[in-house]
Design a protein around this ligand. Structure first.
Ligand code: ADP
Ligand code: ADP
Length: 226
């Protein structure tokens, strides 16, 4: 049961670039919202603001009614998956996944169970001893997703997670991620510049343009009105 509430959030970089311009957006419990728009429209900045990787110039961000606007990323109940995997290549899959739980001083048996559970969830059962740099691009993105999910975030944030993959794999991963999202019923904000990607995954699409949200509707309605 988690909802995200973004209220009049703006982000101005340096002296003049308004990357996000007074955006208000609610994401309902269990909903997957796609932020769709051209390069430079502010999608990634908005996502980074929700994840705590940027501080807003003004406005507030709340999760389940709790103001998280000033919390650093590690104290937010959010999990972020970046465009390129950003896994630790000198660690095997197990250690990549266990890292955050070890920091939180979870017992070893619990860590083993959760690693096993999350690997099964992303379709990589038995991959725990593999080095991440030996995995394919798609497998690496599955590990990155698993690494976010293992901490049981309330809000999942995905920043063009399939951008580096070929078309076929991208389509497959889309389906897999949507299945996992529906199964966990996890509230999700997904950034993409691909209309087909947004159409195939989203409960709701929010179109961004020049830092503003232009249109927010169900995919079939956006599709009727291109
Ligand atoms: P999108 O994700 O839609 O491509 P971004 O959020 O990355 O858009 O960028 C929105 C605007 O903010 C762009 O004009 C970009 O150049 C600018 N911008 C993003 N990050 C920074 C930064 N760290 N410093 C300065 N300008 C930035
Ligand atoms: P299991 O019953 O083996 O835990 P699940 O499919 O329920 O299987 O979960 C697999 C993994 O996904 C868990 O180990 C957990 O880290 C993660 N997970 C489960 N539920 C949630 C949730 N609501 N939000 C985020 N992550 C979750």
């Amino acid at each position: 049961m988690s909802k995200l509430s973004i209220r009049a959030v703006s982000k101005v970089f340096g002296a003049g670039t308004t990357a996000v311009d007074s955006v208000s957006l609610d994401v309902a419990d269990g909903e997957l919202v796609c932020l769709l728009g051209p390069s430079g429209s502010g999608k990634s900045t908005l996502l980074r603001l929700v994840g705590g990787f940027e501080q807003p110039t003004s406005g507030t961000i709340a999760i389940d009614g709790q103001d998280v606007t000033r919390l650093p990323p590690e104290q937010r109940p959010t999990g972020m998956v970046f465009q390129s995997h950003a896994l630790w290549s000198h660690m095997n899959v197990f250690n990549n996944l266990a890292f955050g739980l070890k920091l939180r001083k979870r017992p070893a048996a619990e860590i083993r169970d959760r690693v096993e559970g999350v690997l099964e969830l992303v379709g990589l059962k038995g991959y725990d001893r593999r080095m991440t740099n030996e995995l394919s691009g798609g497998q690496q993105q599955r590990v990155a997703l698993a690494r976010s999910l293992i901490l049981e975030p309330k809000i999942l944030l995905l920043d063009e997670p399939f951008a580096s993959l070929d078309q076929h794999l991208r389509e497959r991963l889309r389906e897999e991620v949507r299945d996992i999202q529906l199964r966990l019923k996890i509230t999700t904000l997904f950034v993409t510049h691909g209309q087909d990607e947004a159409l195939s995954m989203a409960d709701r699409i929010v179109v961004m343009q020049n830092g503003r949200t232009e249109q927010a509707d169900r995919p079939e309605i956006i599709y009727r009105d291109p």
